[in-house]
Design a protein around this ligand. Structure first.
Ligand code: GMT
Length: 379
């Protein structure tokens, strides 16, 4: 099948999922066309079945805001016609479902019918999409999608509660390629980061408010007052400066390493003992799954879809949002004993296998087949 994928090309979870899905589909023989404003961070174009089409938005001084949706929908029309694309899969509703719908309508004028699958990822519903300024357009474009998928049961529920949705929402969870991690555990360069006695605690995110970065620091502050530990903070975002200042104020700057954005998170997770994810809201928590597949237990909040990934008492522990003492207590319980840590590590990787890419990608293929059949009956 020839599939056009629209996503954000950045480090955010939705872009990562879209990119990994595209790569997996290409490996399974589909022709995949990424349409976005920059080459996605995890996309290497060394595959005969993968194409990248860059959306350019020419600057024009009249525009206070440059019209990205317009440029994207025009690029989609051109790409779909030129490459005879069978279906369009947009990740993150805003503004991709809206632009995709416009492209669909323009193509229909020319007698071309292309089904659109919209995958909801999280903040497109829970934070940005529900804002009154966007809500009517988001509701409309979700309802106009031929198939709507959500990355967790929790996000599906939130979407149905928040928007007036007419059709079905199918849950297809995020996934991980467990094969990539099979031989990774021998070359961890742990000694570069910490001494043998120190535990390594890690947090990876886009450092937005929703991630509750101060909670990460405060939980770690309590952990390191009980046992020797280092904290590795990976990512960039608006909360980073405040986090650095908080570390200084708490007198733990020498135990916290800020690494910025990284393409090598697997190397970092490889030597990590614990992952912290105290988010205010999280539709799935892909970062937690990436930690688990690297044998890293997770201390998290119980927000949104996180309990669908982090199994309480098995792969880590869940706490109420903001329950810093509880998170620290649970973290210490895992870290203070070698045998307990090893059990949680083994559990984490075992549970991560439930989200293996080989199990999840066929679910998307089934959706595509169904949408493709509806295309034939609409033609
Ligand atoms: O805020 C982020 O983590 C980025 C955001 C995105 O859309 O890029 O992530 C969302 O989608 C991920 C992939 O489906 C989910 O794993 C994240 O839980 C979700 N983030 C939130 O809901 C806050």
């Amino acid at each position: 099948m020839k599939i056009a994928i629209v996503c954000y090309p950045t480090f955010g979870g939705s872009g990562v999922v879209a990119t990994e899905l595209g790569i997996a589909l290409a490996n399974r023989g589909h022709e995949v066309h990424f349409v976005t404003y920059r080459q996605p961070v995890r996309l290497e174009l060394l595959n005969n079945n993968i194409f990248f089409h860059e959306v350019h938005v020419p600057e024009y001084p009249l525009f206070h805001y440059q019209p990205y949706e317009l440029a994207l929908s025009s690029k989609l029309v051109d790409t779909i016609k030129l490459h005879e694309i069978d279906l369009l899969h947009v990740h993150y509703a805003i503004p991709h479902a809206y632009a995709g719908y416009m492209a669909k309508k323009m193509l229909e004028e020319e007698g071309i019918y292309v089904p659109m699958i919209t995958t909801l990822h999280g903040t497109d519903i829970t934070l940005v999409g529900k804002h009154p300024f966007y809500k009517p357009a988001v509701t409309f474009s979700i309802n106009q999608s031929d198939v709507v998928t959500s990355v967790s049961e929790s996000l599906k529920k939130r979407t149905l509660e928040t928007f007036d949705i007419k059709g079905e929402i199918e849950v297809i969870p995020n996934f991980i390629d467990t094969n990539k991690y099979k031989n990774n555990f021998t070359d961890c360069q742990r000694s570069k980061m910490a001494t043998d006695e120190e535990r390594i605690v890690t947090h990876i995110s886009n450092f937005r408010k929703v991630k509750r970065i101060p909670d990460v620091i405060r939980v770690f502050h309590k952990i390191q007052s009980t046992l020797p530990a280092k904290l590795i903070m990976v990512g960039e975002g608006p909360e980073k400066e405040g986090a650095e200042k908080l570390c200084e104020a708490l007198g733990i700057s020498d135990r916290v390493i800020f690494l910025g954005n990284s393409n090598e998170i697997d190397k970092i997770l490889c030597f990590s003992d614990l992952f912290l994810l105290p988010s205010e809201s999280e539709s799935f928590g892909l970062a937690a799954l990436e930690a688990m597949v690297n044998r890293v237990p997770v201390i998290s909040s119980n927000a949104g879809g996180i309990p669908e990934v982090n199994n309480h008492g098995v792969t880590g522990f869940l706490s109420e949002i903001g329950a810093i003492d509880d998170m620290a207590k649970n973290a210490i319980a895992i870290l203070e004993n070698d045998d307990t840590l090893e059990t949680f590590k083994m559990n984490a990787i075992r549970e991560a296998h439930k989200f293996d890419i080989q199990k999840v990608v066929p679910l998307y293929e089934e959706v595509y087949e169904r949408a493709h059949k509806s295309r034939l009956s609409n033609a």
